[in-house]
Design a protein around this ligand. Structure first.
Ligand SMILES: C[S@@+](CC[C@H](N)C(=O)[O-])C[C@H]1O[C@@H](n2cnc3c(N)ncnc32)[C@H](O)[C@@H]1O
Length: 319
């Protein structure tokens, strides 16, 4: 799959990211007046929107993720400078320990919606997220780790900002800023593009239920689109989440809010009580090199726009 430009995607790989289904989702959401992504992770669906909604809210229960988006929005240059460092095995372990020690104070500071985020934590988190293999980098609720012996990603030239393909040039780096690595220069371009995209986006941190509790008073159901991508049943541990009921709570919330445009992600068979919802099946391995653990699906509420049937391709017709 061709990579989207940096203004349309996160500058880091994300386990469980949904960039492969961006078009399917926006085809059914259309142009809502407000868009809410309570489990944003890499915010693939927000960033892939053909046109930003007038009101956009993203949220993540992980303070590291919420802090990354908040700091990128307000201080992209500072975050890029903290991410400006080569791939390094020893530093990866040491920085992981340091980041894990910041959780409590970061959590307190994130409660202030006017706080602009911590650039060092965001930059180091980004730097590590792009070289860590699989899950486990900076778990928000899991136990503090001793120094990890994990090796950095080494089965390709690099991921995210460590990619060997230079990112599109966007903002010239001023003479007063010295960037050492290609990762730093990639981050500089990508984060400035993202800061512009995020200018009006509200970044929340906390349990998903907080950002869907009072959001619908001023909008009709069809004016509101919500993309729900909770940790899948039995996969909560991947995001350091010890509460196993998030997907079930989302399932219940969907049943009572079917008048909104909702897309709910999961594995086929995960949800019940959504009989009149459209179920769109997809497989991760068809769309990317990442392997999946089964057939994934999106449940679309009845308020969504009916998807246009795909035109058959000429090779299918020839068979
Ligand atoms: C499957 S991932 C989302 C991936 C995202 N859609 C993307 O495209 O990158 C689930 C996300 O939910 C977050 N999360 C887990 N439990 C949560 C909760 N109770 N409230 C809010 N966010 C939560 C995790 O930190 C993780 O980023």
């Amino acid at each position: 799959m061709a990579l989207l430009p940096f203004s349309k995607r996160a500058p880091f790989p994300f386990y469980g990211g949904k960039s492969a289904v961006i078009d399917e989702v926006w085809q059914r959401f259309g142009s809502p007046a407000q868009y809410i992504e309570p489990f944003c992770g890499s915010a693939a669906i927000l960033l892939g929107a053909p046109k930003p909604a007038p009101l956009e809210v993203i949220n993540d229960g992980s303070g590291f993720i919420a802090n990354f988006w908040r700091a990128t929005k307000h201080q992209p240059g500072e975050v890029a400078q903290w991410a400006d460092y080569p791939v390094s095995h020893v530093d990866l372990g040491v920085r992981h320990v340091w980041l894990m020690e910041q959780r409590e104070s970061l959590s307190d500071r994130l409660q202030d919606p006017n706080w602009h985020g911590d650039a060092q934590i965001a930059g180091w988190w980004l730097w590590g997220q792009c070289q860590w293999i699989h899950s486990g980098w900076c778990s928000w609720t899991g136990p503090k780790l001793k120094q990890s012996r994990k090796f950095p990603f080494r089965s390709g030239p690099g991921m995210g900002i460590h990619s060997a393909t230079p990112s599109e040039t966007y903002k010239e780096v001023p003479e007063s800023v010295e960037l050492w690595t290609s990762a730093g220069r990639n981050a500089w371009a990508a984060l400035h593009m993202l800061a512009d995209r995020l200018e009006r986006v509200r970044v929340f941190h906390g349990d998903w239920s907080r950002c869907v509790s009072n959001s619908f008073d001023n909008y009709s159901g069809e004016d509101t689109a919500v993309f729900l991508d909770p940790p899948y049943e039995d996969h909560e541990y991947l995001y350091g989440n010890r509460l196993p009921s998030t997907a079930k709570a989302c399932n219940d919330w969907c049943i009572t809010h079917a008048n909104l445009k909702i897309a709910l992600a999961g594995h086929l068979g995960d949800y019940t009580g959504l009989d009149d919802w459209e179920v769109f099946e997809w497989s991760r391995s068809q769309h990317s090199r990442m392997t999946g653990t089964g057939i994934e699906a999106l449940w679309f509420s009845p308020a969504c726009i009916e998807a246009k049937a795909k035109m058959p391709n000429i090779f299918d017709l020839a068979e």
